[in-house]
Each structure stands twice: as structure tokens, then as C-alpha cells.
Design a protein around this ligand. Structure first.
Ligand SMILES: [Zn+2]
Length: 325
């Protein structure tokens, strides 16, 4: 089997090019695929889309130097050229194509192949080596149609309101929160956002994202009909602000039966900003690389299923790192 010179060390590393993709620790030269904190560190020099750079600087005090690279535009570095393509995950998220002398390496970063409200769907990019995220890389993670999920969320919100309480929807400050906000647009509801989510949403708006009206929780004029808050926010003060409330978590992990109890919420809905299992498999089949390396999440399970479907696949962290040198 060919060993491609690609390593895993808390991030994807191309040693011959001296290039890191989403390393967790500061590295001399890196690509930041998107602004979620588990993909960001303060590197001396990093490349990212302008939207990712703006979101990173909003969320972190120390960011290192981040050079903006527009989608589809290549930059030549040592022994390679780097091009970013939309990843569909959150605003500014990118897949990274590294063109090397051993072939094209495509790193998906966090990936979503169905269209969202705030970022377009990821398209497959031809490559010889695919490095594929595996967050929902197990067969039971098959998400229903987005429109169906949203209709269920709206019906739940109305039911909670009819019962005299305020519906509180839980979603991450960056990405999910704005997707939920957009999904509720047509309902004409008074929507209040938790302050951290409000701050990121203001940046989304500044970056040209078309969003329905919203207010900052605490500054609302009138009683909010729906509240959106990050799952990590303390719920103890909510009662003072909105009175009786009920909570629902919107996440792909809703496919796990235990989630509702684990999160101590009243309802769960499978709305995700990632590809589900079948979408990951289809994506790998469409790229049809000579080698697919799985990373993060259920990397072993996903690699096993991809092999059953006729692809060469392996978790990147199981590559024999010493054989490469
Ligand atoms: Zn992410």
C-alpha cells in the first residue's frame, strides 16, 4: 500500500510542505478551516477565508496572523498550492485542497453537504487523497429532511407557547444559532438571542448574511416568543427573564436516544451543521480518491464502512508514522 506523506498529530500535517491543517496547538504555518474553537489556535501564520478570520478575531483575543484567502483562489507555498472551497458547515467554513507533487490532498474540515440558510452546500472536489471528517460516521446517524425537522421545531414552539411557557432553543453560538434564527424567519416571532449568540449574529450580519429581526436577551421590548441560547449558557437566570420556559436541543446527536436525559432538556430535534453518515459515505464515493483517511469522531467505524463500499480507507491516526521517514 502506498504511504502518503500525511500525518495526524492533533491536526493534519503535511511534513514535506511544512503545512498544518486545523492543528489544535500553535504551528508555524497552518490553515484554519472554520472558526469553531476546536479548530483554531494562535499560529504565527495561518490562512482562512475572510469570514473565518473575522469570526476568529471576534471570539479570541490572541489569534496570530491570519491571512485571508478567498474561495477558489490558490496560493503557492513550499512545494504545494493551497485552495479553499466551501464546506457548508458554518459561515466562512472551507475545505482545503493542497496540490502537491504526490497528488491533490483534500481535507474536508467539518462538512455539510445539504444546503443551510447561512452557508451553501459543500461540493466534492476531485483529489487523490481525501481526509474526511467523521463526526457522524456511524450508520444510525441519518438525519431526516431539514424541512421536516424545522416544521417539528416550529410546532413544538407553538405548543409550548399555547401552554403558557417560553420555548428556549439550544444551539451553538456560531453556526447553529444563526441557522435556527433563519429557520424561524417566516413565523414572524419575536426572537431573543443570548448575548454571546447575539454578538456572533451581529458579525454574521456584518458579513452580509440575511437574517430575520432579533433582539438581545435582556434588552427585549415585549416578552420574547422564542429564545435561542447556547447549550453551555446557565439556564438558572432564564426564569427571571422569560418566566416559565421549556428547552429543546437542536443537534445531530438527537439521533442518540439518551441525549434528552443527558442534556436535561424537554425535547431534542436532529438539526445538524454536519453531514450525516450516508452523506459522508456518498461524499467519499463522489470524490473517489485513491486513499481516504478518516479523522475525528467515529473515524474507525466510518473507515470500515467505506472499505465495505469498495473504497480504500483508514483512520489517519493509524497510519504508521515512522514508515514515512
Ligand atoms: Zn465545526
Amino acid at each position: 500500500m502506498i504511504a502518503y506523506p500525511i500525518l495526524w498529530d492533533s491536526g493534519v500535517y503535511l511534513p514535506e510542505q511544512g503545512l498544518w491543517l486545523d492543528p489544535r496547538k500553535p504551528r508555524p504555518r497552518a490553515v484554519i478551516s472554520h472558526a469553531h474553537s476546536d479548530h483554531v489556535a494562535a499560529h504565527p501564520l495561518a490562512y482562512a477565508t475572510a469570514a473565518t478570520r473575522r469570526l476568529v478575531t471576534h471570539r479570541r483575543r490572541s489569534t496570530g496572523t491570519v491571512q485571508a484567502l478567498p474561495y477558489g483562489q490558490s496560493i503557492t507555498l513550499d512545494r504545494c498550492a493551497v485552495t479553499l472551497y466551501p464546506a457548508g458547515h458554518v459561515l466562512g467554513s472551507a475545505q482545503t485542497l493542497v496540490d502537491t507533487d504526490f497528488g491533490r490532498v483534500l481535507y474536508t474540515g467539518d462538512l455539510k453537504t445539504r444546503a443551510g440558510f447561512t452557508s451553501g452546500a459543500a461540493e466534492p472536489v476531485p483529489a487523490e487523497v481525501l481526509v474526511l471528517e467523521s463526526t457522524f460516521g456511524k450508520p444510525h446517524y441519518r438525519f431526516p429532511e431539514t424541512a421536516e425537522v424545522i416544521a417539528d421545531v416550529i410546532a413544538w414552539c407553538k405548543g409550548v407557547r399555547d401552554g403558557g411557557a417560553t420555548p428556549v432553543l439550544l444551539g451553538y453560538s456560531l453556526g447553529k444559532g444563526q441557522e435556527i434564527l433563519s429557520a424561524l424567519a417566516a413565523e414572524g416571532l419575536l426572537i431573543a438571542l443570548h448575548p454571546s449568540l447575539y454578538g456572533v449574529t451581529e458579525v454574521y450580519r456584518e458579513l452580509g448574511c440575511d437574517l430575520p429581526p432579533y433582539q438581545r436577551l435582556g434588552d427585549t421590548v415585549g416578552q420574547p416568543t422564542v429564545v435561542i441560547t447556547p447549550p453551555s449558557a446557565r439556564r438558572s437566570s432564564l426564569r427571571d427573564q422569560v418566566g416559565e420556559f421549556k428547552t429543546a436541543a437542536l443537534t445531530g446527536w438527537a439521533m442518540d436516544r439518551s441525549l434528552k436525559d443527558r442534556l436535561e432538556v424537554d425535547a431534542v430535534f436532529p438539526l445538524s451543521d454536519h453531514a450525516d453518515f450516508e452523506e459522508l459515505c456518498c461524499y467519499a464515493e463522489q470524490v473517489n480518491a485513491s486513499m481516504t483517511y478518516t479523522v475525528l469522531g467515529f473515524d474507525e467505524e466510518l473507515a470500515t464502512h467505506l472499505r465495505r463500499r469498495g473504497l480504500r480507507a483508514k483512520p489517519l491516526d493509524q497510519v504508521d508514522q515512522l514508515r514515512l521517514f
